[in-house]
Design a protein around this ligand. Structure first.
Ligand code: URA
Length: 235
């Protein structure tokens, strides 16, 4: 079936439709050996489509996206209060994908989205302990005692017991890298609030073997590379 080329590229997980339009305008897409123009259609079953000289392979069975989540978006597919959702940011990928874990509305950074349910389940399972790291800024000054409290495993005021976590002090005393092995609701904010140092900024940097791609602007997504996918599948 013929479709617009930007739709074929995004559906195959190559890039977003907007990026595909840029590729087409830059002459980077060829169909049957000829440079394709924006607005052209093709049939991925019949036509030989190449991006930068690399042939488009058949679409993967599942889709895996890395999103640079900006602040101001909720990590859900729809929101009854009408707030902006991460689903809106990845709508142009052409398939329905779900976030793996969550980031608070005012948090930003790495978010994985996929329609591979078993993989998402495995990554979120407490048995697998996939480490996640965050850059955190607080109102206050962090010190060795905070790092020791995190390492010992904090029990929050409501009785919630947290697994031992990492808190690496940085050169600026109001900032740290926090490593969690679990993902309880508002966990870092609650842990640091209990230390009397409320979080003012939080950004997820890594999830297991995945690192936020510094080339992704806030709100942009890209498919996982084959290497990233292999790494995340092996956790
Ligand atoms: N911990 C938090 O408190 N918020 C997040 O978004 C992630 C971890």
């Amino acid at each position: 079936m013929e479709e617009r080329i930007q739709k074929i590229l995004s559906g195959a997980g190559i890039c977003s439709r907007r990026k595909a339009e840029e590729y087409l305008n830059a002459g980077r897409v060829q169909v049957n050996g000829r440079v394709a123009a924006l607005g052209e259609k093709a049939d991925p079953q019949r036509d030989h489509i190449q991006v930068d000289g690399v042939a488009l392979t058949q679409p993967r069975r599942h889709t895996y996206l890395m999103l640079h989540k900006p602040r101001g978006y909720v990590t859900t597919l729809s929101d009854e209060k009408g707030r902006k959702t991460v689903a809106q940011l990845v709508a142009d990928c052409g398939v329905r994908v779900w976030p793996v874990g969550r980031l608070d509305m005012d948090s930003e950074g790495l978010l994985l989205l996929t329609n591979d349910g078993p993989l998402a389940h495995r990554l979120l399972s407490p048995r697998h302990h996939v480490d996640k790291t965050y850059f955190v800024r607080v109102d206050g000054a962090l010190d060795r005692e905070d790092a020791e409290a995190f390492a010992a495993g904090m029990t929050l005021a409501d009785g919630l017991a947290c697994l031992p976590a990492g808190l690496e002090l940085l050169d600026t005393p109001d900032a740290a890298i926090v490593t969690l092995r679990e993902g309880k609701y508002h966990q870092i904010k609650r842990m640091l609030a209990q230390r009397g140092k409320p979080v003012v900024y939080l950004k997820r940097l890594t999830m297991g073997p995945l690192s936020l791609d510094p080339a992704l602007e806030k709100g942009e997504w890209r498919p996982l590379t084959a290497e990233e996918l292999a790494a995340i599948r092996s956790v």
